[in-house]
Design a binder for this molecule. Structure first.
Ligand SMILES: NC(=O)c1ccc[n+]([C@@H]2O[C@H](COP(=O)([O-])OP(=O)(O)OC[C@H]3O[C@@H](n4cnc5c(N)ncnc54)[C@H](OP(=O)(O)O)[C@@H]3O)[C@@H](O)[C@H]2O)c1
Length: 320
């Protein structure tokens, strides 16, 4: 197939492109920066500069590429696009990403329609954001937590918008768990090493995790199978913060995390950190395994964290 990866230079795109190429596909991939065209070529793709918020540019890029499939991996979370992480104000930190999930999604879908693209997959999110009144582990039918009235609402609404439009267009939404792997958790690990990433309250909230390589393999399968509908792309072991956080700290060679009460965490880090660590509801991957025939390299974050954070840094093609 000919596959257009919008946002090919990001943490996920950098693992997805080589996988697609290895499986015999032709890949065209986008960046907003001409300086990263070389990186895309090194990964095996034909690079194109495209701003996802510019409808005409998106239409031109897709019409020129004439792909069979489109993967929407555009976010703006890195330092260069979003500035320093600001967990207390996710509405500010994720402002660019939210635009890419609303306007950017609409632009891609309109361009895909015009270019006759038959297969569409896009990023969703399924980590801690299940229904807080539901069970600890939830399937694709879950009513996602939109955290109404908080600074997280606008971002969770933007994801809902993107999901709805992609599903209306007959595409697949891949709700990735919290991504880890090369370049995906550097900020978190740095804070953990400085003991600035504490456990909140009882730490009983659940999250789902996924290694970038497992996320990439699920994405390639969804593309090849012209999948439609929602799929949770998470590992086999939903985990409580009180289990995964000290384990991650240990793997990263850091001291155990501090503990802070809910009131203090809410004041310092905002509502999302509190919900994630105390009320989080995670997700099941049964549907993706059953319907896509997906096999994970890292079925649990226990193996993945150990492999990723204990080993000496692996050579990686970096964005910059
Ligand atoms: N993706 C997630 O779900 C997730 C979750 C948690 C944390 N993070 C954090 O995000 C950080 C970096 O992630 P990332 O490397 O994937 O970077 P990113 O800044 O989120 O960029 C992802 C991709 O989207 C592209 N992009 C950005 N703005 C765009 C625009 N206006 N139009 C079209 N494309 C656009 C980027 O292109 P260029 O940059 O090449 O222009 C890149 O290819 C990591 O530190 C990771 O920890 C990501």
């Amino acid at each position: 197939m000919r596959v257009f990866v919008a946002g090919g230079s990001g943490v996920l795109g950098r693992r997805l492109i080589p996988r697609l190429v290895e499986r015999g596909h032709d890949v065209v991939a986008s960046t907003t920066s001409a300086a990263k065209l070389r990186l895309l070529e090194e990964l095996g793709a034909e690079g194109v500069v495209m701003n996802g918020l510019d409808a005409d540019a998106v239409r031109r890029a897709l019409t020129a590429a004439r792909p069979d499939a489109l993967a929407h991996e555009m976010t703006a979370i890195s330092l260069s696009h979003a500035g320093k992480p600001d967990i207390k104000h996710p509405d500010r930190w994720f402002a660019g990403t939210n635009r890419l999930r609303t306007t950017g999604t609409d632009n891609l879908l309109a361009a895909a329609r015009a270019a006759g693209v038959g297969t569409i997959v896009a990023q969703g999110y399924a980590s801690w954001n299940g229904d807080p009144d539901g069970p600890a582990v939830q399937d694709e039918q879950a009513t996602l937590n939109l955290m109404p009235g908080t600074a997280s609402e606008v971002g969770l609404e933007a994801l809902r918008h993107s999901e709805e439009r992609v599903l209306d267009a007959g595409g697949a939404v891949l709700r990735y768990g919290a991504l880890y792997g090369p370049g995906a958790t550097d900020d978190q690990v740095e804070l953990i090493r400085k003991r600035q990433y504490p456990l909140v309250g009882n730490g009983a909230g659940y999250s789902s995790w996924i290694h970038l390589d497992d996320a990439a393999s699920a994405t390639a399968l969804a593309i090849e199978q012209h999948a439609a509908g929602v799929f949770n792309i998470v590992d086999d072991e939903p985990a409580q913060a009180r289990d995964w956080l000290p384990y991650l700290a240990e793997c990263a060679g850091a001291k155990p995390p501090m503990r802070v009460p809910v009131w203090l965490a809410r004041m310092l880090a905002g509502d999302q950190a509190v919900v994630m660590m105390t009320e989080g509801r995670a997700f099941s991957n049964a549907k993706a395994k059953r319907e896509l025939g997906w096999h994970l390299i890292y079925p649990s974050w226990r193996q993945g964290f150990r492999a990723e954070f204990s080993a000496p840094a692996r050579p990686e093609v970096r964005a910059s």
